[in-house]
Write a protein that binds this ligand. Structure first.
Ligand code: GDP
Ligand code: MG
Length: 296
């Protein structure tokens, strides 16, 4: 480690359409140890997702509301503007794609990329490319899509080239002291993270069918030794949306819950007992199947 270098600290947004590996990338950079150590009030203007501190750099990975949504195509102009504003306030943007030509969904994200900030294209899942000779032509094609500051192939899952990615990002962060302590990993609490993990599974497993307005509410979060007991309500607008979430014989909700629980167990490094149900906004009273609960 070169200790003569000045310390740098800045914000990094990871954007891209669903399923390209944004969460995997963040988790592998953070070393899969995103747990809660910080009670400090936020000192950046963004919501932090994770903090990664090395000997000479503190990377603050921040959330970009709207961008991570399934429904980038549903963004209206004002939301678009908000996203662009949020991004223009970030030091580096990482636009994650898969090693193939851009899809329409990728291109929608491209339209929101800021023009005055360093934007790197991260070609993730490089491990899936059997013919590495195709990488250079792909980078060439991608460079036509946007004036990227750089294009970096990585494999988030196998942690390939992540050090180089971070080293490149570092060069674009401002020279300043660390904002958070070196042992701090996030400013989110577990309750929030549990809701996020569940919400992510809903979007992942329901695809485009799911209404934009679906919300998750953690109704109970209790810790008993090395067990977390979590009760979560999935809130939809209309009664008619419930069957989509619950699925035939409850199998959809069961799958969502199981996968979310597994992620929570990894994140919290504990056993998780997760109970979920689907609730229609407006209350329980008129809702005969509201307590359709699936425990584990
Ligand atoms: P997100 O929706 O962009 O956050 O995507 P996720 O991080 O949830 O990843 C989507 C899927 O891609 C998951 O099944 C990951 O295991 C897989 N994935 C992510 N990174 C890689 C990678 O580098 N290589 C391979 N082969 N799969 C990956
Ligand atoms: Mg994700």
């Amino acid at each position: 480690m070169n200790t003569t270098r000045n310390f740098r600290c800045g914000t990094v947004a990871i954007v891209g359409r669903p399923n390209v590996g944004k969460s995997t990338l963040l988790n592998h950079i953070l070393g899969l140890k995103l747990s809660i150590t910080s009670r400090k009030a936020q000192t950046t203007r963004h919501r932090l997702l994770g903090i990664h501190t090395t000997a000479d750099t503190q990377f603050l990975f921040v959330d970009t509301p709207g961008f991570q949504q399934k429904h980038v195509n549903a963004l209206n102009r004002s939301l678009n503007r908000t996203v662009t504003q949020v991004l223009s306030d970030i030091d580096v943007v990482l636009f994650v794609v898969e090693p193939q030509n851009l899809t329409d969904a990728d291109r929608k994200v491209v339209t929101l990329l800021p023009r005055n900030q360093p934007v790197f294209m991260v070609i993730n899942k490089a491990d899936l490319m059997e013919d590495k000779g195709k990488l250079l032509p792909l980078i060439e094609t991608m460079s036509q899509e946007f004036p990227f500051t750089g294009i970096i192939p990585v494999s988030a899952k196998r942690s390939l080239n992540l050090d180089q990615l971070l080293e490149t990002v570092r060069e674009h962060l401002p020279e300043q002291a660390a904002i958070y302590g070196e042992d701090e990993l996030t400013d989110r609490n577990e309750r929030f993270l549990a809701a996020e993990l569940l919400r992510e599974k809903i979007f992942r497993l329901l695809g485009d069918e799911i209404p934009y307005s679906v919300a998750v509410e953690i109704e109970k979060f209790e810790q008993e030794g090395n067990l977390r007991r979590i009760h979560a309500a999935i809130i939809v607008d209309k009664e008619s949306q419930k069957p989509m979430l619950i699925g035939k014989g409850g199998e959809k909700l069961k799958r969502i819950s199981t996968e979310a629980r597994q992620d929570m167990e990894k994140l919290f490094d504990s056993k998780v007992w997760l109970e979920t149900w689907v609730k229609v906004k407006g209350g329980w009273a008129d809702d005969e199947r509201a307590l359709k609960s699936l425990g584990y």
